[in-house]
Write a protein that binds this ligand. Structure first.
Ligand code: HEM
Length: 474
């Protein structure tokens, strides 16, 4: 071959490699990221399910009374504390069992129980309508617009949880601070962005001033001091609740956006809650919000032939558990809930009843249902973007207005608009290429944050200082 021919071959090969990047690079980068994480973070921990513990023992081990350590003794905790700062030492999820934990957990339970079901529905309806009005006002009536579902849902849940905590409508300033805080936490957790403590501390300052002005929420944990109570509010409601609800609703709407038939069925039977509840169950089964929840064992646990020694770090892998137990467990099929007995499906979206389950497990599905219905009443949804559990793309979705504008009455499936094929094709292509760039960003930022968290050692230092103080006061 001539030199010119070689140049052509090389150029064609380079184009072929470049064009195929979206199909293999993100997977390679994810695998690399896992290895880098293990390298920097140490490969502590017993994977459950895994080599030592099978799927059949997953729930039994999770529910064991000795699987009760939360933060202390696991290097992994330094990373979670880093991501959830400020105030991870009083975050309910990370408190060790004891009187402080009991007080905090009781306060959260009673705060969520303050509203009746109809009051929750009214609150979410009002906040959703207000946010959807804002969205509509930013566009010409009737125009198709593209949103990232997680971003579109965050202001709604910020407004809902502000009102749950303070019993009054959420002012715009607070809403923006809560969204900035929650978005920062969620993006850092997914390694798509670094954490920005100043952004988070602006909300801390706002809450501190609010409590100092006498506008006390009806319930605060008495076992915490004033500074800790601010962190409690920020961590539980304006971080965990807002992030989890925004992610869960984004997953639900994205799953519907890819399935026009399901949207049609839901619109045709707006009063039938059975189908939407099955879609919610299936969404949380296929896309569990938790990747891994960890526990540190406080005593030996006997498990058949195997024994798990005290001080072990157990890594309960939600996706691995929920995607097992049925041959088609990876498939998204809401009607499986009609065929299979729910007790036979591996489904623990809110954790395990015997071991610190989610306090919002009754409220979350109810409020997701209300929010989704308010969206579906105004828009048909369409998306060709990738849908993965960690949702790093934040759920790109086309909103196709039903009727002439925000005041349009609910439509039937017959007038559901057809999504513009060109926009969907463009969205798919853009999402694929964003994946390439994003996975590289996640690799770099994730590695940096794991390293930074190991340097700061927030959890390790906290317990070392506490033990030293306790020793000194004896
Ligand atoms: C669909 C939405 C949600 C899902 C899927 C979800 C899921 C979970 C899961 C799986 C756990 C247990 C993790 C473990 O065993 O370590 C948990 C714990 C927790 N969740 Fe949620 N959650 C959601 C919404 C909320 C909301 C709205 C709140 C608001 C207060 C909340 C607050 C908490 C707290 C405080 C804990 C720690 C419980 C404890 O350790 O006592 N979650 N959540």
């Amino acid at each position: 071959m001539t030199a010119a021919a070689w140049e052509w071959v090389a150029a064609l090969a380079a184009v072929a490699v470049a064009a195929s990047l979206p199909y293999w690079l993100p997977t390679v980068v994810v695998a690399l990221r896992v290895r880098v994480f293990a390298l920097v973070n140490g490969d502590e921990g017993i994977a459950v399910p895994g080599e030592r513990v099978g799927v059949e023992d997953f729930k039994r081990l999770y529910a064991d009374p000795a699987a009760d350590g939360r933060s202390r003794g696991a290097a992994l905790s330094d990373l979670f504390w880093y991501w959830l700062a400020p105030g991870p030492q009083v975050h309910q999820e990370h408190l060790e069992p004891g009187p402080r934990y009991d007080d905090v957990a009781r306060t959260t339970r009673s705060t969520l129980a303050r509203l009746r079901r109809d009051e929750w529905a009214e609150l979410v309806t009002r906040c959703a309508d207000r946010e959807l009005d804002r969205l509509a006002a930013a566009e010409r009536p009737g125009r198709v617009r593209e949103v990232r579902l997680r971003d579109a849902m965050m202001p709604l849940w910020a407004a809902v949880y502000y009102e749950v905590v303070f019993g009054e409508p959420c002012p715009d300033e607070a809403r923006d601070l809560i969204v900035a805080n929650a978005d920062d936490v969620a993006s850092a957790l997914k390694c798509t962005s670094l954490r920005h403590m100043r952004r988070r501390e602006r909300l801390t300052g706002y809450l501190r001033a609010k409590l100092a002005s006498g506008a006390a929420p009806p319930r605060l944990p008495a076992a915490l001091d004033a500074a800790e109570q601010v962190y409690y509010l920020q961590g539980t409601y304006f971080n965990t609740a807002v992030v989890q609800m925004s992610e869960a609703t984004a997953h639900l709407l994205l799953a519907l956006a890819a399935r026009p038939d399901l949207q049609r069925r839901l619109r045709e039977e707006p009063e039938d809650t059975g189908l939407i509840d099955r879609v919610i169950d299936e969404t949380l089964r296929v896309y569990p919000l938790f990747g891994v929840a960890h526990r540190i064992t406080s005593a030996d646990i006997a498990l058949g032939e195997a024994a798990i020694p005290a001080g072990s770090v157990l890594l309960f892998n939600y996706p691995a558990f929920q995607h097992s137990g049925a041959p088609d467990a990876d498939a998204f099929d809401p009607d499986r809930w009609l065929r299979d007995h729910p007790g036979h499906l591996n489904h623990i979206p809110f954790g395990i009843g015997a071991n610190r389950p989610c306090p919002a497990r009754a409220v979350a599905p109810l409020t997701m249902r209300v929010a989704a219905r308010r969206v579906l009443r105004r828009y048909a949804l369409a998306s060709a973007a990738g849908h993965t559990r960690s949702l790093p793309n934040r759920g790109p979705c086309l909103l196709l207005p039903l009727g002439a504008g925000p005041d349009a009455s609910p439509n039937t499936g017959l007038d559901t608009p057809r999504p513009p094929a060109l926009r969907l094709a463009r969205q798919r292509l853009r999402d694929r290429w964003e994946d390439v760039w994003r996975s590289l960003v996640q690799l770099v930022l994730g590695t940096y944050m794991v390293w930074h968290a190991r340097r700061l050692r927030l959890c390790t230092t906290h317990f070392a200082t506490h033990l030293a103080t306790e020793e000194g006061s004896r």
